[in-house]
Design a binder for this molecule. Structure first.
Ligand SMILES: Nc1ncnc2c1ncn2[C@@H]1O[C@H](COP(=O)(O)OP(=O)(O)O)[C@@H](O)[C@H]1O
Ligand SMILES: [Mg+2]
Length: 324
């Protein structure tokens, strides 16, 4: 393995029980994050972004989720082969996860300062209170000393999100995974939080996996983008390739929605139909029924991934024509 590949997720398959059956909601996901790189995972709600990313930390216990297949490599070692205590050491310390709901991610009964202290204790770090206040100020929490002694309910959503970011940063992780980091905060704070991620990445070289359904977040923050749908990777490319030269009809439709929003058109363009429910996922391409370009082979099986070059691929029968 090349050493600049920090995280490699290989053929990840995850299922949940639905009635008597188990249904796979993540159906063979491959993705990579290089050292210091910011990778965006995009797709509509229900695509499998959260389930795939929590699996990286072995946290899919929620609702009997089960990893059926796959490998998760971090810094050249297979995380799934590690004993739980070793994994605990990596969780939070080397890979930090920022959950989608910044308020729910905090313990409501404890002052935020204590919650940050707890992480320091668990990972046996030598950081004094001044150090914590320094990090809090670094990420734009004014009156850090005051906030340190407050409970989450006394803080705004934006402040809670910053506390989560401070908790993620405290161990100087090599990788931060952030699930929709701006969806629970208001628009005025969004740009600030995104700037913060950018600064952290620049200052500490922290690699990031940013889960979002917002192309603007990707445009602002990411080097590379992975588009997911129906538990599969549909396309991958640099931000520029995805925005300027999308291959998959799904990506193209998503971009049309964004363009229509940005141009403030009177009638917004929206993608017809709904993302599939897990029990509707069949043998065909999951986007088939919403795709204007579907042809017979699309209904006969999940299209194979067409690899155009490193980190440039699309799972579409029409992608073959993009081969140089
Ligand atoms: N605990 C669970 N039990 C059953 N199904 C789940 C559970 N968590 C997620 N799913 C299903 O897995 C699919 C992917 O979910 P998720 O990863 O949360 O999507 P995304 O983050 O892209 O919106 C969805 O269809 C969702 O309904
Ligand atoms: Mg999600």
């Amino acid at each position: 393995m090349e050493n600049n590949k920090l995280l490699q997720v290989k053929n990840l398959k995850i299922s949940f029980p639905y009635g008597k059956d188990r249904i796979q909601v993540v159906r063979g996901v491959d993705l990579e994050v290089g050292e210091g790189e910011i990778v965006g995972i995009l797709g509509e709600s229900g695509s499998g972004k959260t389930v795939s990313s929590t699996a990286v930390l072995g946290l899919i216990s929620d609702g009997d989720g089960r990893m059926d297949e796959g490998e998760i490599w971090f810094k050249g070692g297979d995380l799934l082969k590690l004993p739980e205590h070793k994994l605990e050491g990596i969780r939070g310390k080397e890979i930090a996860y920022i959950f989608q709901d910044p308020v729910a991610a905090l313990n409501p009964y404890r002052k935020v300062g204590n919650q940050i202290q707890e992480i320091i204790k668990v990972h046996r770090l030598e950081i004094k209170k001044e150090g914590i206040l320094g990090i809090m100020e670094d990420i734009g929490l004014d009156n850090a000393n005051l906030i340190y002694n407050m409970y989450p309910f006394q803080l705004s959503g934006g402040q809670c999100q910053r506390i989560n970011i401070a908790m993620a940063m405290i161990c100087k992780p090599q990788l931060i995974i952030a699930d929709e980091p701006t969806s629970a905060i208001d628009a005025s704070l969004r740009r600030k939080v995104l700037n913060l991620f950018k600064q952290i990445n620049k200052k500490y070289g922290t690699a990031m996996m940013i889960i979002t359904h917002d192309f603007d977040v990707a445009r602002f923050l990411c080097d590379r983008v992975v588009i997911m749908y129906g538990g599969l990777v549909m396309e991958e490319g640099t931000v520029q390739e995805i925005l300027e030269n999308p291959i998959h009809p799904y990506t193209k439709e998503l971009l049309k929605c964004v363009a229509s929003l940005n141009e403030g058109e009177a009638s917004l363009y929206s993608l017809e139909g709904m993302p599939p429910n897990p029990y509707e996922l069949k043998k065909e391409c999951p986007f088939c029924d919403r795709c204007k370009h579907s042809i017979d082979p699309c209904w006969e099986g999940i299209p194979p991934m067409v690899n155009l070059k490193e980190y440039r691929r699309a799972r579409c029968v029409h992608a073959e024509s993009h081969k140089g």
